[in-house]
Design a protein around this ligand. Structure first.
Ligand code: 5GP
Ligand code: MG
Length: 182
């Protein structure tokens, strides 16, 4: 698999994002709302790079179905979301692709009456944006290629890779040919 972003590039950039959030949310009731499942690695690294008091919360969004690399119908599960009333929320996702997921998440989060809502993502596929919204914080702009690692999956595999890699057609074929559990 071709490495797009190395472990050390990601680490440096995430630390810089943490410093930026620390500056901008100093003295504010910050909640970082991680989007399951793709944001878990970023969430763990970013909160440790952020030096202001904050709370961590989780919400679930899914738009990919199994072995597809194109978006399907968006489903949001907000049953894990705590009380956000009056808090400054940063929605944290792995990647901003068409942007439809983030738009849906904004709608869901506004229902909790937070003081403010912003979005942060590791990756932004700028060429694919379909919505009238841009991420407030992002790690890297990337080209329109299907990527995995650092939390991002293909068919639930590869999330554990410490780098971000590009799934080429050959890699996709390989991944699908692998025997499945059960
Ligand atoms: P959007 O709604 O912005 O089109 O898609 C956002 C979601 O699609 C992300 O949270 C992520 O789960 C998935 N996604 C979009 N592009 C990629 C990609 O290149 N690789 C992986 N693994 N997931 C992606
Ligand atoms: Mg996701």
């Amino acid at each position: 698999m071709r490495v797009l972003l190395s472990e050390s590039e990601i680490s440096e950039r995430v630390k810089a994002l943490g410093r930026q959030l620390s500056d901008e949310y100093s003295g504010r009731p910050l909640t970082i709302l991680g989007v399951l499942t793709g944001s878990i690695v970023l969430l763990a690294d970013l909160i440790r790079a952020t030096s202001v008091p904050l709370r961590v919360a989780l919400i679930q969004a899914a738009s990919y179905r199994g072995a597809e690399t194109t978006p399907g119908r968006l489903t949001i599960n907000q049953s894990l979301v705590p009380d956000l009333r009056g808090r400054d929320v940063v929605i944290l996702d792995d990647i901003f692709d068409t942007g439809n997921t983030m738009v849906g998440l904004y709608q869901a989060v506004r229902g909790f009456q937070p003081a403010s809502v912003r979005s942060a993502v590791l990756l932004w596929k700028t060429a694919r944006t379909e919505v009238d919204l841009e991420p407030d914080y992002f790690g890297f702009r990337i080209p329109d290629e299907f990527v995995v690692g650092y939390g991002l999956d293909f068919n639930d595999d590869f999330r554990h890779l410490p780098y971000v890699g590009v799934m080429e057609d050959e890699d996709l074929k390989h991944a699908l040919a692998k025997p499945q559990d059960g």
